[in-house]
Each structure stands twice: as C-alpha cells, then as structure tokens.
Design a protein around this ligand. Sequence first.
Ligand code: IMP
Length: 424
Amino acid sequence: MPATVIVGAQWGDEGKGKIVDLLAQHSDLVCRYQGGPNAGHTIVVGDETYKIRALPTGIVRGKPCVIGNGCVVDPEVLIGELDEFERRGRSTDEVYLSGNAHLIMPWHVAIDGASERRLGKLAIGTTRRGIGPCYADKAMRLGIRVQDILDPKILRQKIAVALAEKNLWLERVYESEPFRLETVAAQYESYAQRLRPYVTDTSLYVDNALRDGKSVLLEGAQATLLDLDHGTYPFVTSSNPVAANAATGVGIGPGRIDRVVGVAKAYVTRVGEGPFPTEIQGPDQERVRELGHEYGTVTGRSRRCGWLDLVALRYAVRVNGIDQLALTKLDVLSHFPELPVCTRYRLRDGAETSDFPVHQSDFHAAEPVYETLPGWDEALDGCATVSDLPDAARRYAEFVERALDVEIALIGTGAERASVLTRA
Ligand code: IMP
C-alpha cells in the first residue's frame, strides 16, 4: 500500500510506535503529521530501548523520516534526539524537517504550565510541553516557523513581535518572569546552525516519493479521543490526530491515502483529566496499570486504566475511516478470570446506545453496559502465531472484530519488537 496512516483509536499510548516500527520494515518513508514532544514512543530492540518524542518512529529502522508541517517542534528536544541517535552510531542524514512546522518557544512552555496552574481543579492535565499555546499562536498567526530561524533578521523581528504580547501576559496575567529578546534570539540562532541541514520542502519530498511508487507511512501522535475536533473537548490536545489530517499535516491530497490502520489497546488508558466511562473501579485498575506498565513516557504520570470500550472504538473507526485494526497489549489481560467489554452506554434517560454521544453532558453521564467474556490463564509470550493463542484470547479478538465489523490485522502480545502476531 503506497500511503498508510497509523492512527491511535483511543486516548493515546496504544502502542502506535511499535506498530509503526513493524510496518516501517516494508516502507520507504515514515512521516509525522501532527503533535510535538507531547508524544512519546518507546521501542524495545533487543537490549536497546529507544524513547522518541520528536522524530518519527521509522528512525529506529533507519528509514527516511519526515517531520511534517502539521507538527510543532521543540528544537531542544529534536536536537537532543538527533544527537542521541548519532551518539549511538545511527545516521540522521535522512531526516527531513518541514520549514512550515511551528516552533515551540520558551513562552509556550511557560504559558502552558502557568495556565494549567491557574485553571486549578479545571486543569486539562496537559503534558506542559507548550503544545496548546504553540498551536494557538499558529492559529493567531503569531507563530514562529522552522523556516524563520534560517534568517536571523526575520527571527529577531518575529521574536520581538511575539514577546511584546507574551511578556505582558506572562507578567500581568500569570505573574511569571518575562523573556529577554537577546537571550531567546541567541538560543534559537544556535539551534538554527544544527537544524539547517534538515529543513526541506517536505510536501514536495513526500509527493515525489509517492510518484516514484514508494511506500509511505503517515504516523499519527496522540489519538482520536484527544482530537481537537472529534475528541472529548476540552480534554484534548490542540491538533488533529485523526487520519484525514495526515494529508494536511504533510501536504498531500486526501486521495493519496490508501489505507488507515487504527491502533487500540485490548483495554483502555487515559492520561490527564476528562470523562472515562470504562475506568476500572477497584483493585483491577492497579493490576492492569502494573501489568501494562501504564506510566507516561513523557511525564511519568500514572495512566488511568479501563476495560475495552467498543462504543468509543466504533466511533474511532467511523471518524478515521479505519480499514484495519492493530489490537495491542493483549498479553496484559492474561490471568483475569473474566473480562468485561463495554458494548453500549446507558444514557441519563435510561436508553442504551452503541453510538458515541455527540453531547458532552451525555458522555459525562454515560454508564458502560458490559458483556463479560471469559479470560485465559496462559501467558502469551510463547505464541508465535495467532493459532497459538489460547482459545479465549482468540475469541476476545474475534468478539471485537464482529462488534466493529473491522478486521484485526495485528495482535500485540508483548513489549518486544517481535511480539506482534500477524493475521493472514
Ligand atoms: P497536551 O497535548 O500536552 O496539550 O495535553 C492535552 C491532553 O492530551 C492531556 O490530557 C494529555 O495527557 C493528553 N496527551 C497529549 N499527548 C499524549 C500522548 O502522547 N499520549 C496520551 N495522552 C496525551
């Protein structure tokens, strides 16, 4: 398939990195289309663990990688990752950074933290990496883009214009320290020296790759329910992870996308605040968290854990146009005697629905209606093919497939790179 989108189908942390890593083997190019260092992928290769926040996951396979115009880039994080890959003897020559991607500036990080503190109990629970303020400035047309750092004069002008406003906010609204033009300009000029060779017309580069018949992976960060338009607003991120935005975020036409692969865990997790109907009450929550190592890659926060929610997943299939699913971390559910799966929500008026509620108050009040599936006692680490799975584990996957009417093409059974079973 020439262009495949990989999209998170829940609230993030579904193991997209591992699926991209797997599919990258047969791809020529891997592109990130939105988000920034709020994302965090962990790829385990033998004894080596790679933690990536800014670079596309394909870098681990040594594939050419694009950071698209839809991304926001913290230069310090990106440079740190480039340096780290080079330190490990890996080439970064084929990293292509869009000149139109927006830069996360120090005031974005300061405002993200200050605004969360100010919201107090109403805080969103952001990763505090400056994502929201950076995308807000993009929409305000006050943003500073990667291409701006290539010209010191333009860079200084833009920083001065931004600071005239940001420092007022920081001092008067948030009672924080202002930033000095000289300091920020000097810092970003030094980043420019390191990043200059990577800056590319990435839309043209991806288009040429597709014209040459190359196979391109478009890697989403965060996930459907964190989407600015389609997620559980306001407890969302500030970009559009949904598959359609892959086209905008790298600069190709929507018709170029051939396949959308959704990635969902066999259960659900959520970091940060916001409603979560299938959140587990009682000791099983902690058990799933421990077994699944459900702690944030970026912030180290404990993830909230819940049973699989097929209402939300059906919605993700719809808004992304998911053609195939990868069901990850099925191994985490081993040893539970029974597994509740949410197939419907009960609404405030007592009615039951299998469609995701369009109104926030309905979603907040929705109660999960579960069907209970039998669990299995065997660990899954010895399974080399789907037919090695315990019957109950296979039936769990088949139940999901039937409920969603979508094929599950891949099943994750462990942290290792090889622990993904392919279904023929
Ligand atoms: P932000 O993207 O830092 O603004 O955070 C907004 C919301 O998205 C918060 O609830 C975060 O916890 C959540 N979020 C952002 N990135 C990720 C991710 O990569 N995985 C899971 N949740 C995320």
